[in-house]
Design a protein around this ligand. Structure first.
Ligand SMILES: Nc1ncnc2c1ncn2[C@@H]1O[C@H](COP(=O)(O)OP(=O)(O)OP(=O)(O)O)[C@@H](O)[C@H]1O
Ligand SMILES: [Mg+2]
Length: 308
């Protein structure tokens, strides 16, 4: 079992409109609503790859059935922690030329009872899980050191953790020495204090993370693939695609692939191959944060993996 602590569940609303003009009334051409947030993306992709997974995240009364239904349909369990406020709402407005304007709400401020309920659910999840994934922004009300504390708690029970976070939450998490962190270019640049925009800089950053005690650091580089290292060495994996439609959530699907590979005890080069195939499968489809198994399987042999 893999447990995903992706607390900040969201409702993603995707709306097609005619060209946007500030101050004008806009009529909706088409509207789609999805359960969103990094936790949902990671959990549904792990389930799609065939492993048992549960997601622990916030839920409000209005959306409980909606989120549970989608995750269950995709084979993932949802352990929603009910809050009084509203889930985070993310609005994407797409114009006919494809341009997307996003409006992201702040998300709920949790009271202490709600915080405790989430942490208790995390504690229960650790018990029967082989891997814990901590992914996404922290709901307002939690300290930046929350992920670090949860990693230490899981380590105390002999469980391994994968962390996908940014800013101070990532900095603290690295100090707790999880098995894996997966910053993207922006996130790693902020962490190490120099721009990580090419392979050379990514190698340097991955080495720095190893020295800080992360067993298997990964830096993802969008279309340039990803660099990762463990005790067997450092690898680069990439698949150039000419079919990219929506790369948002590719990092989440990449992380799902890494987690499944680690659970299956694949060596790092094979883990990276699966992760990159998942990232690209997501990028080549319209939906945010979901990689279909058949698509991933078709991409796997096309991923190039080489030792650095
Ligand atoms: N345009 C692209 N072309 C080819 N591969 C891509 C592209 N975008 C993403 N990928 C693949 O997906 C992986 C993760 O992408 P990226 O580094 O953009 O993650 P991210 O910024 O964390 O994404 P998010 O946080 O939106 O999920 C990359 O390492 C790469 O393998
Ligand atoms: Mg990301």
């Amino acid at each position: 079992m893999i447990t995903v602590a992706g607390f900040n569940t969201a409702i993603d609303r995707f709306i097609q409109v005619d060209a946007l003009t500030p101050g004008e009334v806009h009529r909706v051409r088409e509207e789609k609503i999805y359960p969103g947030g990094k936790g949902v993306h990671v959990a549904q992709t792990i389930a799609e790859l065939g492993e048992r997974v549960r997601l622990i995240g916030l839920v409000d009364q209005a959306h409980e059935a909606f989120i549970t239904r989608q995750l269950n349909a995709r084979g993932a369990l949802f352990h929603g922690v009910a809050i009084e406020g509203q889930l985070r709402q993310c609005l994407a407005l797409q114009e006919p030329d494809g341009r997307i304007t996003e409006i992201l709400a702040q998300g709920p401020q949790l009271n202490p009872i709600e915080q405790d309920a989430l942490l208790r659910e995390f504690g229960r999840g650790v018990e029967d899980s082989e891997l814990m994934i901590l992914s996404g922004s922290l709901p307002r009300g939690f300290a930046d050191s929350l992920y670090a504390g949860l990693v230490e708690y899981a380590h105390g029970l002999g469980k391994r953790c994968l962390v996908d976070a940014s800013g101070e939450a990532l900095r603290h998490a690295v100090d707790a020495k999880p098995l894996l962190v997966k910053p993207n270019r922006d996130e790693i640049s902020r962490l190490v204090g120099y721009p990580v925009i090419d392979l050379h800089a990514a190698e340097k950053a991955v080495t720095a993370l190893r020295e800080r005690g992360v067993t298997m650091p990964v830096v993802s580089l969008g279309e340039q693939g990803a660099v990762a290292a463990d005790e067997t060495g450092m690898w680069h994996a990439q698949l150039a695609s000419t079919q990219v439609r929506n790369a948002v959530g590719s990092g989440d699907c990449f992380l799902a692939g890494m987690a499944v590979a680690i659970l299956r005890k694949l060596p790092l080069d094979e883990a990276l191959r699966l992760a990159v195939a998942c990232g690209v499968a997501n990028a080549e489809s319209e939906e945010t944060g979901f990689a279909k198994r058949g698509h991933v399987d078709a991409l796997l042999p096309r991923v190039t993996v080489r030792r650095l």
